[in-house]
Design a protein around this ligand. Structure first.
Ligand code: NQM
Length: 360
């Protein structure tokens, strides 16, 4: 069987890992592209043994990158979630962790030049038609991955990548509060349905008989909790304008409990069928927004102006600078910014059976 070689880089973006590929190196036809990407990652197979996927949703991610034609962006970034165990390539969600590697990848691939010791890249996030600014360290005009920035969930220190989200509120669900309410009730559980860049259902861990300090493994082993969370998710999908979410990777389901380490809240997040070892970037932005929202399940008192929220997760903290105006259903987010790091791990070609491509 002959194989087709596709230029690709393996990168860590934040607390996730995935393949970064130029759009021009992939088949144009979407079905063919998806077949090729499933083969590249080794899906469907829970171990992804015949591909480069890492056998977990957080390490089975793809960034498709191209130069942007838009006047307000340098780069277009399409995020694709490859399900490890199913033949599904989902494009309904964005990924703020993989986003952290887009600036470095775009510069290293020659799509855009470095502009000095720091390069700010405007990235159009195709999945949600919204824009992020990423500031990448480029001393002497070259990307560097070394530095002193530390993010929880990643060993060591690396060069900082600052992310600033410009217009992500309601980007998947049409508005920040898709139901128009700070609180709804599903299956007898109070929920806040919110989308500040990621559709998230925020619920109290105590409503599931949990303290909220359980490990991801303990929660995943609790079949009753998993079934209740999934039943609520399937009902939340249509209420959030996401339709039937049976085969979708959204909404994410975040169980909150009082902070234990000095932060603002403690979280455990279903993404949606595994429990995150940390929390997604835009997922955390949405949870922070629930904290800023008066009357939400997060017990929000509301904030005025700017505040840094520290979101606790299973492996540490996630800090988000937020600024808002207005309150309740009229809440407007004027800033959400945060720190990530990224690293190029490997660069080369990923190989897939040639026969998959000939359908193009
Ligand atoms: O919410 C996991 C991750 C993510 C997504 C997920 C993310 C985000 O940690 O922006 O980063 O929720 O599927 O990469």
């Amino acid at each position: 069987m002959s194989q087709r070689a596709i230029p690709a880089s393996l990168m860590r973006g934040g607390t996730s890992k995935g393949l970064y590929v130029l759009k021009t190196d992939l088949p144009v036809d979407e079905a063919t592209r998806n077949a090729v990407l499933l083969a590249a990652m080794g899906s469907p197979d829970p171990r992804q043994i015949d591909g480069v996927g890492g056998a977990h949703p957080l390490t089975s991610k793809i960034a498709v990158v191209s130069k942007s034609d838009r006047p307000d962006a340098d780069i277009d970034y399409l995020f694709l979630q490859v399900f490890p165990d199913k033949a599904i390539v989902a494009d309904q969600q964005n990924c703020g962790n993989i986003l952290a590697g887009i600036g470095p990848f775009a510069i290293e691939s020659g799509l855009i030049p470095a502009t000095g010791d720091m390069t700010t890249v405007r990235i159009f996030m195709v999945n949600t038609a919204s824009i992020a600014e990423a500031t990448v360290q480029t001393p002497g005009g070259r990307v560097t991955y070394t530095g002193e920035a530390r993010i929880d969930g990643v060993p060591g220190t690396h060069a900082p990548v600052m992310l600033n989200f410009l217009d992500v509120a309601g980007s998947s669900c049409g508005r920040l509060l898709p139901s128009g309410n700070p609180v709804d009730e599903i299956d007898g559980v109070k929920v806040t349905l919110i989308d500040n860049g990621m559709p998230v259902v925020v619920m109290q861990a105590s409503d599931f008989g949990l303290s909220g300090s359980e490990s991801p493994e303990e929660i995943e082993a609790n079949a009753e909790v998993c079934a209740r969370v999934e039943a609520i998710r399937l009902k939340a999908g249509p209420l959030m304008n996401l339709g039937d979410v049976t085969s979708k990777s959204v909404p994410k389901m975040t169980l909150i409990s009082p902070a234990r380490e000095g932060g603002d809240v403690s979280t455990r997040t279903f993404i949606p069928h595994r429990v995150h070892d940390a929390i997604g970037v835009l997922g955390a932005v949405s949870v922070a927004t629930a904290l800023a929202l008066k009357g939400s399940v997060a017990g929000g008192e509301g904030i005025s102006g700017a505040k840094t929220f520290d979101i606790e997760h299973p492996t540490g903290f996630f800090s988000i600078e937020m600024a808002v105006s207005g309150e309740a259903a009229d809440l407007k987010v004027t800033r959400s910014a945060l720190l990530r790091t990224a690293r190029l791990l490997m660069r080369g070609e990923v190989l897939v059976p040639e026969s998959l491509w000939s359908e193009d």
